[in-house]
Design a protein around this ligand. Structure first.
Ligand SMILES: [Zn+2]
Length: 242
């Protein structure tokens, strides 16, 4: 359905979710086994859980941060980095993922709407600092020295980052592409409707049909590591696909 239209695409917004990281071996809270299975979401991914047991929560995110050293970006991440380098129009890459696989795959401009494992948020001064170390030993904030750092990850019940930027891009884009998202977590689940309301074409690349699949003009099913490079090829060589 989108074939032949790629030549007219000037502004693309891409949303990536857990599916693109899962292929690199990152534990997601919907996958069986791994870190999440030993914890309840309300214990480790809510402000209330953090207030109740900060040691548990800091330790949980320390483990997830440490686990990043054992995974590598896959061809889907590399393809999106290539798109950033070679696409002549405007591109906004928004991710729900808190890992650093897009950056390690070569993307330099990534909007992490749910924060990042490698970032610390100081609850005293509000500063967000690049962070590689553990937090369970309560290291001081690099700016105000208070020992009040928390993972800079948006928990359930908290507002995602930079929503104004995202909605402005959704209003202006001609193509919205959702990759590896469940379509179940708002506000991201509402992006497709927002883009469509403003006239954009919409494409979903997913391993299996999502809760939001019916909202897209087109859904292509398969592993992100196969589907994303193929789609990027199409965008970058519209004459060949049309
Ligand atoms: Zn501080």
């Amino acid at each position: 359905m989108l074939e032949g239209l790629m030549a007219e695409i000037d502004r693309i917004v891409i949303l990536t979710g857990a599916g693109i990281s899962a292929e690199s071996g990152i534990d997601t809270f919907r996958s069986a086994g791994g870190l999440w299975e030993q914890h309840r979401v309300e214990d480790v991914a809510t402000p209330e859980g953090f207030a109740r047991d900060p040691d548990l929560v800091l330790g949980f995110y320390d483990m997830r941060r440490e686990a990043l050293a054992g995974v590598a970006p896959n061809p889907a991440h590399a393809a999106l980095a290539r798109l950033e380098r070679e696409f002549a129009g405007e591109l906004l890459l928004v991710t729900q993922n808190v890992d650093d696989l897009h950056e390690r795959g070569g993307s330099s401009r990534v909007l992490h709407m749910h924060g990042e494992l490698k970032s610390a948020l100081c609850t005293s001064c509000g500063t967000r600092s690049r962070w590689e170390m553990a937090m369970r030993d309560r290291p001081p904030c690099p700016v105000c020295r208070a020992r009040t750092l928390r993972p800079d990850v948006v928990w359930f019940g908290e507002m995602p980052y930079r929503m104004e930027t995202i909605y402005a891009a959704l209003e202006a884009c001609d193509l919205f592409v959702s990759i590896g998202t469940s379509g179940a977590v708002y506000p991201a689940a509402g992006f497709v409707a927002e883009a469509r309301a403003n006239g954009a074409r919409t494409l979903e690349l997913n391993l299996e049909p999502s809760e939001g699949s019916r909202l897209f003009h087109e859904t292509r099913l398969g592993p992100a590591s196969i589907m994303v490079p193929a789609w990027v090829d199409e965008v970058l060589s519209p004459a060949a696909s049309g």
